[in-house]
Design a protein around this ligand. Structure first.
Ligand code: GLU
Length: 283
């Protein structure tokens, strides 16, 4: 009889600041959900302008202090540019280069309507200005977008689905093609000068690391649809998801990296023990 697949989870922080209580919670959930399986760490450092080596060193130190242990070697996204390039080449027939800046997009979107502009997990819903451009004309200043309608046509599907073991376990989460087009739109697969985007990198890396359960905050739930679409296009398995609650401050706001008062090392400097941190996030 075939054994059950080993569960493999990861914590994937970006070294753009100190880890705070929200990160501690996310890391503890990922480690717990690995169970007797494997817990991995991945450093998401593609945004070279914002990532700093001292924050990366602090991630390792803070997680170890919290009592976590992870598989080595640790994957770092800046070491993975070749894999992202290969993925982008594979998806290129469904992509187009886009030269629109945020101001162009805002202007195109606000022409017919007043008030809030339509936005999704990848920012403003792109109005399609550059959709007719060919990849052969891609310039160094362009971003690369996925033509989502063509992607759905190619796949010959009209909805996406995934399973989440924390939200509605045992039932499919569904999103239709129309909902994707209206609520997310033509997502960016490569940012200007970056060679990839968060969405492309996370999908390529989760597959390369054989992650079977993706634990992440509910704030990324809408982005998961983008990842499921990319998995289908690249014929990668869709893992199980586990979207967890977010740790909030007393005013109910989500914690941000700039909230240094809740940085793990600040709390540690004030005398908190690892057990105190576990307790503070409800473990
Ligand atoms: N790197 C992402 C973050 O810092 C999380 C990774 C993911 O779950 O996709 O929020």
């Amino acid at each position: 009889m075939a054994g059950r697949a080993v569960r493999r989870t990861r914590f994937a922080p970006s070294p753009t600041g100190l880890l705070h209580l929200g990160h501690a919670y996310a890391a503890l959930v990922a480690a717990r959900e690995a169970g007797p399986g494997q817990f991995l760490l991945r450093i998401e450092d593609i945004d070279r302008d914002r990532c700093r080596p001292e924050f990366e060193a602090a991630i390792h130190e803070d997680l170890a202090w919290l009592g976590l242990d992870w598989q080595r070697p640790v994957m770092r996204q800046t070491g993975r540019m070749e894999a992202y390039r290969a993925a982008l080449t594979r998806l290129a027939p469904l992509c187009y280069p886009c030269r629109c800046r945020r101001g162009d997009i805002r202007a195109a979107l606000s022409a017919p309507q007043e008030g809030a502009l339509p936005a999704g997990p990848d920012g403003l819903i792109y109005p399609g200005t550059c959709r007719g451009r060919s990849m052969a004309d891609a310039g160094a200043d362009d971003v690369i977008r996925l033509d989502v309608a063509r992607a759905f046509d190619m796949l010959q599907i009209d909805r996406l689905a995934f399973r989440d073991e924390a939200i509605m376990p045992g039932h499919d989460h569904n999103l239709s093609r129309a909902e994707f087009l209206d609520g997310i739109g033509d997502v960016i697969l490569a940012r200007r000068g970056m060679g990839t985007s968060y969405h492309l990198a996370v999908v390529v890396d989760d597959a390369a690391q054989g992650i079977t359960v993706i634990t992440r905050g509910k704030d990324l739930y809408d982005s998961t649809w983008i990842h499921v679409l990319l998995q289908k296009l690249m014929k990668l398995p869709t893992p199980l998801y586990h979207h967890h609650r977010l740790i909030r401050d007393e005013a109910g706001r989500r914690l941000a990296k700039r909230d240094d008062a809740r940085a793990i090392r600040q709390l540690r400097a004030e005398g908190a023990s690892p057990q105190d941190i576990h307790r503070m996030v409800g473990f």
